[in-house]
Design a protein around this ligand. Structure first.
Ligand SMILES: [Cu+2]
Length: 346
């Protein structure tokens, strides 16, 4: 309590110093007049506020665990892990992420409409509980999304009765910490009768938008702008790239198509906080299925709005060779990394 008060007092001092210096641009004396005590307070505030790796996570970097999935008729048995794994989120910026299976976003899950999911979460985190909230299912959340304690596992059963491109995330309190630290991903529930445009599609990819904040800093996650906003892709077909949410990931490993192709993106904005205004520069979407449900068919859209956790299937035709960048049209987020490219060749 007193320690917290100390931090707030120190933060207050910092704010005061900043305010004073801003208010008196020409009066540089006021900056040089800062007393040694105040300088110490500034340093202390910086040190106290430094984002912290929680103790049992220090030095922990658990290897990526492949997703396990087996099918028996319409019963699918999915096993995933909660684990602590270093993720490169930017050049020289490694984040000791809380993850599913060591990826952030977590691995892509694809099931069919009507499947019964038997889901097991193996919590390899030695310190804190985790859980799984699939947006694709109906369940009593206190049971179906219940916490799994450290070094234990839990199994949950539910049905994927709606088609779509859904978010999944850890739902353990505080949810914001768990999502923003990396515990999010996408589950695609393939529609029974497919999409009306299935026959027209030549290339299809999965894209996910997410944000990063200061490390494990709930106050920053709650009150501040994201440090990075990024796109990643998850391999839907063999040979496709599979990336984490790293700045530049889809500039370094661009998606590919040929002139005349109809391209489909399964997209989801896993947030946790920001909206996405998804747009592909140089084309517009012939067909859009909001949340990936064939019933939500729209045509001729320039930009598709994705609320936090919202998904869509978007389809467009590339008529000329070139480099087509995809962005969120909230360009402040492009400055923070939310851009990738599709290279179209003859
Ligand atoms: Cu969690």
């Amino acid at each position: 309590m007193f320690k917290q008060l100390g931090i707030y007092t120190a933060v207050g001092f910092v704010a005061l110093v900043l305010l004073l210096s801003a208010c008196s641009e020409e009066n540089t004396e006021s900056q040089t007049d800062v007393s040694p005590d105040l300088e110490n307070a500034v340093e202390t505030a910086g040190a106290e506020e430094a984002p912290e790796v929680i103790k049992p996570h220090k030095g922990l970097d658990q290897e990526v665990t492949p997703l396990k999935m087996e099918r028996d008729g319409s019963d699918v048995y999915i096993k995933m892990t909660a684990q602590i794994t270093d993720i490169d989120i930017d050049d020289g910026d490694t984040y000791k992420a809380w993850t599913f299976n060591g990826e952030a976003p977590g691995p892509l899950v694809v099931v069919n409409e009507g499947d019964t999911i038997h889901f097991t979460l193996d919590n390899m985190d030695p310190a804190i509980p985790h859980s799984m909230d699939f947006h694709a299912v109906h369940t009593a959340p206190d049971k179906g999304y219940a916490d799994v304690e450290p070094n234990e596992d839990g199994t949950f059963v539910y049905q994927a009765s709606n088609p779509g491109v859904f978010m999944y995330h850890c739902g353990t309190d505080p949810v914001l910490s768990h999502i923003a630290n990396g515990m999010h991903g996408v589950i695609i529930v393939q529609p029974d009768d497919g999409y009306p445009t299935d026959d027209e599609v030549d290339q299809e990819y999965v894209l996910i938008q997410n944000e990063w904040y200061q490390y494990n800093d709930l106050d920053n996650m709650t009150n501040e702008e994201p440090s990075q906003v990024v796109f990643s892709t998850k391999a839907l077909h063999d040979g496709q790239p599979n990336t984490n949410g790293t700045v530049g990931a889809l500039l370094d490993e661009p998606l590919e198509a040929n002139v005349g192709d109809k391209v489909r993106f399964y997209i989801n904005n896993v947030g946790p906080n920001e909206l996405s205004s998804f747009h592909v520069i140089g084309t517009l979407f012939d067909d859009v299925y909001i949340d990936g449900n064939p019933a939500n068919h729209q045509e001729g859209m320039q930009t598709v709005g994705l609320p936090a956790s919202g998904g869509a299937v978007v389809e467009f035709t590339v008529k000329e060779a070139g480099t087509y960048k995809f962005v969120t049209h909230q360009f402040n987020h492009v400055q923070k990394g939310a851009v990738g490219k599709l290279i179209v060749t003859e």
